[in-house]
Design a protein around this ligand. Structure first.
Ligand SMILES: Nc1ncnc2c1ncn2[C@@H]1O[C@H](COP(=O)(O)OP(=O)(O)OP(=O)(O)O)[C@@H](O)[C@H]1O
Ligand SMILES: CC(C)(CO)[C@@H](O)C(=O)NCCC(=O)O
Length: 477
């Protein structure tokens, strides 16, 4: 499988810059430590983007830089009720398995005595590599420093592999001696049920199962609270409302879409919001509070459909290849547009000529089929799946009277095209009433939610934190 892990994309560079800043901006951090916390105003929010990217956004100044405190702190006192290390959260999905590993920053006294070579080897293996076997990858750019779980400070590492490789993962776990150390893994996703027996049989590990949507929401709220840059949106640089007249051309073409830029969004007052998880299939949830949500709809036309159809139509063999084909294709050679039917706009009902009237509608013609390229087919598949999800999301948001629509799931991985299309569609079809939002850790929230199981009490407090009052919380809106 062709992977992008070895290549630093612009998206990754943005994150690397702020991680680098963590190491480099000591003076700024010391200055921030000595300043009195005040309500955030717009300029403060901008500054916040430059400091520790993973500190809780509205915590006290001390809590902003826990790593600093850790340097002089004594070893963590043992928590005799905490499960022994290593700590993992796992989401075994229909296509990808996500594994979040907590690497403790300091070892407690009990562990100093007892830490085995096996545990050290596991830590070294996971944290020093970014590729495991042929298909396992660590998303180094997503790594979160200075998080606290069950009173332990450390780093979260984000690892994924195809669910079809669960067998190979179990063999690896056995060969690394993991089975001797871990007897329970917190797991979610359909695979936590499907593969439960394999885990017992192969490595004698029990899966403590958590519902995938509970875990997803817990993970979203936690990661967003830890990372002020987690939530963002796409918009034209001038923030002009997107095209609203039938005579305006929708920005389906790369030239228009490439003008969209990514902007941070302050999601500290999140409720209510619609959460659209685009995995193999799609789930849409209305979230009114940390423990108050319902699944309002779903569609089987999701990321799995995009990849499956692309493989069939173009012969591509990986998600990355499908996305890169789509990036250079033109869907208008494949789709039938309103103008192909009307010769222009269908103005009476506000349908611009450039709007797709019928996805793949040109492919009934043998001539057209003979001329179409793999790139065009990939692009049309991407646009079809994305617009359909956008359309369902818009209907649900309107029905449920929710203004903010948060999209997550690995379909959005390395896929800015879909994010821009969704941003455009949400805004255009709602006349600017709906806002599409996106999350940096795209598909890892379920696995993080599982890991939080280890820290249920503290995690509950964090989730129920009171958001700041006043304009500050809305500065980016
Ligand atoms: N390296 C990859 N390999 C395969 N699919 C990928 C990859 N990267 C992104 N994807 C996309 O992400 C989708 C899977 O997303 P995600 O991991 O969020 O869902 P899942 O948990 O596997 O599925 P579900 O939640 O429906 O069980 C794939 O269908 C594909 O569109
Ligand atoms: C079945 C799940 C929840 C598994 O994650 C997901 O793939 C999904 O929401 N699929 C869509 C099912 C539907 O049509 O509602």
């Amino acid at each position: 499988m062709t992977e992008q892990s070895g290549v630093i994309t612009i998206h990754q560079m943005r994150l690397h810059r702020c991680e680098g800043c963590l190491a480099a901006c000591g003076r700024e951090r010391r200055a921030a430590l000595s300043s009195t916390p005040r309500p955030l105003i717009r300029t403060k929010l901008l500054k916040r983007a430059r400091r520790n990217p993973y500190s809780p956004p509205h915590a006290t100044t001390k809590e902003h830089f826990p790593a600093k405190m850790a340097e002089s702190a004594p070893p963590t006192p043992p928590d005799n009720n905490a499960p022994p290390m290593p700590w993992f959260g796992m989401d075994i999905g229909g296509t990808l398995t996500k594994l979040v590993y907590f690497e403790p920053r300091e070892t407690n006294r009990r562990e100093l005595d007892k830490e085995t070579e096996v545990l050290k080897n596991i830590r070294r293996y996971l944290t020093r590599n970014s590729a495991y076997g042929k298909t396992g990858r660590r998303d180094v750019h997503l790594q979160m420093e200075n998080v606290t779980i069950r009173g332990r400070r450390g780093t979260l590492h984000f690892i994924r592999f195809p669910t079809s490789e669960v067998g190979a993962f179990l063999q690896l776990a056995r060969s690394k001696g993991m089975a001797d150390l871990v007897n329970t893994i917190y797991a979610t996703g359909g695979g936590a049920y499907k593969f439960e027996e394999d885990f017992i049989k192969e490595v004698n590990m029990r899966l403590s199962k958590m519902d995938e949507l509970d875990a997803l929401i817990a993970g979203v709220l936690y990661v967003d609270s830890m990372n002020p840059r987690e939530c963002y949106y796409w918009a034209p640089p001038d923030e002009q409302p997107v095209h609203q007249l039938p005579s305006d051309t929708p920005p389906y073409l790369e030239a228009a879409l490439s003008q969209y830029v990514r902007k941070p969004y302050d999601f500290s007052c999140p409720y209510p919001f619609l959460l659209v998880n685009i995995g193999s299939g799609v789930s849409l949830l209305v979230v009114n509070g940390p423990d108050n949500y319902y699944r309002v709809s779903g569609t089987s036309l999701g990321g799995g459909t995009f990849l499956g159809l692309c493989c069939l139509l173009t012969g591509c063999s990986s998600f990355e290849e499908a996305i890169s084909l789509a990036a250079s294709g033109d869907n208008t050679t494949v789709d039938k547009l309103v103008r192909d039917i009307y010769g222009g706009d269908y103005a009476r009902f506000g349908l611009p000529g450039d709007l797709v009237a019928s996805s793949f509608g040109q492919m009934c013609s043998a001539d057209r089929r003979a001329k179409v390229s793999r790139e065009d087919l990939a692009r049309a598949t991407l646009v079809t799946i994305t617009n359909n999800i956008g359309s369902i999301a818009r209907l649900c948001a309107c029905n449920e009277r929710v203004e903010r629509v948060v999209f997550c799931g690995n379909f959005l991985r390395v896929n800015p095209l879909s994010m821009k299309l969704l941003s455009y569609a949400m805004s255009y079809w709602s006349r600017g009433a709906l806002k599409a939002l996106f999350l940096e850790h795209e598909g890892y929230f379920g696995a993080v939610g599982c890991l939080l199981h280890l820290d249920a009490e503290n995690h509950k407090k964090l989730r129920n934190r009171t958001p700041p009052t006043g304009d500050a919380a809305h500065a980016d809106r």
